[in-house]
Design a protein around this ligand. Structure first.
Ligand code: MLT
Length: 411
C-alpha cells in the first residue's frame, strides 16, 4: 500500500496566495460587474524591458541554427551569466564572491524550498514573524516543525521571532539557539529593512553558534536608503555563515520568465551527527546537478541582458515606477488615517488594520466594499495579525484608483 508523506497533513489549508486567489475568484463569480484591483500577490505588471527581450530573441534564433544550437547547459548555469552576477551584484559593492559560488535557478521560491534538502531533519529552525510562507511550509513538508497548535497559530518546534511595530520591525536575537535562521531583507511582507549594524548582530550570532543564515534578498533592487545592506556578504564574516538567494522576478519582471540565483560560498560548512565538517557547496552542487537541469539558454541570455547598460536603465525605470506606486499607497493610506510601514526600500506597504477587526475581516471588507485585493497579515504568521499587505506592483492607474476607493470608505 502506498504511504504518503504525512508531514503534508500538518500544513494549514492551501498556500496563502492560492487561498486568496480562490476567494477572489468566488467573489468575482458572484459579482461579475465588480472591477477588482489586485494588490495581493507581489506579481509584476510592467512588460519586460526591450533590451532584455531582444537578447532573448537572439538566443531563441541561435537555438534554431545548427551552428549555434545548445542542448543541456552547464549545471550551475552559464558562465556568461554567473560572471555578470558576480561583477555587478557583488564586486561593485566590494564583496568577493566567485562565479563558481553562484547557482542559477528558476526562482528564489524554489531555491528557498529546495535548500532544506541538504540539512538534517533535526535542525532547529527560526523564522521572523510575519514571514514569507515558503520558508515555513517547506520545513513543514520535510518534517522539521512538529505539530501545528491552532490556539497559538504556531508549529511547536519552530522558533518564531516577532517583528512588529512594537519592536520597530527589528527582530531580536532568539534566546533558544536555532541551527537555521531565515532572514529576508528588504522584508517580505513588512517592507521594512535592517541596518548594517542590525544585520551584523545576526552574522555574529550565527558565527558564535555555528548556525546558518538563509538570506533572501529578492527585493534588494528596491533599496533607496544608503545604510541598508544589499547583500548579507557586505557584513564581515558572513561568507562563513550565510547562503543568499536573489531573483530576477521583481528586479527585472521575470515572474513569468523564471530566473534566479543562489550563492553558496565555498568555505561554508555544516556538520555530521559526529561533528565532521562537510562543505555545503559540495552538497548543494550534488543536489542541484541531480534534481535540476538548468534554466533555458534564452532565459539566461535574457538575465544577462539585465546587466547591460540599456538593461540597467530600463529595469531602473520599472523599479522607480513600482516604488512610486508604493509611495502613492503609503501617502494615500496615511491621509485616510491608517498607520503605515514599509514602501520606501520595498514595493510592499504594511498597514495596521482598523481596531476591532482581524486581518481576514479587513480583507473581506476591502474586497466587498472597495473591490481591492490585498494580503491579510495573519497569512504570514501569528504576529501578522492586525496588519495587511498591499503591493506597489500594480499599474499606476489601478494603484491610484485603489487608493481613492479605500479613502472613500475609511476617511
Ligand atoms: C509575494 O507576494 O509574497 C510574492 O510574490 C510571492 C513570491 O514571490 O513567490
Amino acid at each position: 500500500m502506498i504511504k504518503i508523506n504525512e508531514n503534508f497533513l500538518k500544513l494549514q489549508d492551501s498556500y496563502l496566495f492560492s487561498t486568496i486567489a480562490k476567494k477572489v475568484s468566488e467573489f468575482q463569480k458572484e459579482n461579475p460587474d465588480a472591477k477588482i484591483i489586485k494588490l495581493g500577490i507581489g506579481d509584476v505588471t510592467r512588460p519586460i524591458a526591450n533590451s532584455i527581450i531582444s537578447s532573448m530573441e537572439n538566443a531563441v534564433k541561435e537555438m534554431g541554427n545548427s551552428e549555434t544550437f545548445r542542448g543541456y547547459g552547464p549545471e550551475q548555469g552559464y558562465e556568461f551569466l554567473r560572471n555578470k552576477i558576480v561583477e555587478f551584484d557583488y564586486q561593485k559593492r566590494g564583496v568577493d564572491i566567485s562565479p563558481d559560488e553562484v547557482f542559477i535557478s528558476d526562482g528564489a521560491k524554489c531555491d528557498c524550498g529546495n535548500i532544506v534538502d541538504i540539512f538534517s531533519i533535526n535542525n532547529k529552525i527560526a523564522i521572523t514573524d510575519p514571514v514569507y510562507p515558503v520558508y515555513l511550509d517547506t520545513n513543514v513538508m520535510s518534517g522539521r516543525t512538529g505539530n501545528y497548535n491552532s490556539e497559538t497559530g504556531k508549529y511547536d518546534k519552530i522558533i518564531y521571532i516577532p517583528a512588529t511595530a512594537e519592536n520597530n520591525f527589528v527582530p531580536q536575537l532568539p534566546k533558544e539557539v536555532p541551527d537555521i535562521i531565515y532572514l529576508c531583507y528588504p522584508n517580505n511582507p513588512t517592507g521594512t529593512t535592517l541596518s548594517k549594524e542590525e544585520l551584523t548582530k545576526w552574522v555574529e550570532y550565527a558565527r558564535e553558534n555555528s548556525s546558518i543564515i538563509l538570506f533572501d534578498a529578492a527585493y534588494e533592487a528596491f533599496i533607496t536608503e544608503s545604510d541598508v545592506p544589499h547583500s548579507i556578504y557586505e557584513i564581515e564574516g558572513a561568507k562563513e555563515v550565510a547562503i543568499e538567494c536573489r531573483s530576477f522576478s521583481k528586479t527585472a519582471g521575470f515572474t513569468g520568465l523564471r530566473c534566479a540565483y543562489m550563492v553558496v560560498p565555498k568555505n561554508l560548512v555544516g556538520y555530521t551527527e559526529n561533528g565532521q565538517e562537510i562543505s555545503l557547496h559540495k552538497l548543494w552542487s550534488r543536489r542541484h546537478g541531480t534534481k535540476f537541469n538548468g534554466v533555458s539558454y534564452p532565459i539566461q541570455r535574457a538575465a544577462e541582458a539585465v546587466y547591460s547598460e540599456e538593461g540597467q536603465k530600463e529595469i531602473r525605470e520599472n523599479i522607480k515606477y513600482y516604488l512610486e506606486n508604493a509611495k502613492t499607497i503609503k501617502n494615500g493610506l496615511q491621509e485616510a488615517g491608517f498607520t503605515v510601514f514599509g514602501g520606501v526600500n520595498s514595493p510592499y506597504v504594511w498597514l495596521k488594520v482598523p481596531d476591532g477587526i482581524t486581518s481576514w475581516e479587513f480583507f473581506d471588507k476591502l474586497l466587498s466594499k472597495a473591490n481591492v485585493v490585498g494580503t491579510p497579515g495573519v497569512g504570514f504568521g501569528p504576529s501578522g495579525e492586525g496588519y495587511f499587505r498591499l503591493t506597489g506592483f500594480g499599474t499606476k492607474e489601478n494603484t491610484a484608483e485603489a487608493v481613492e476607493r479605500i479613502k472613500k470608505i475609511w476617511s
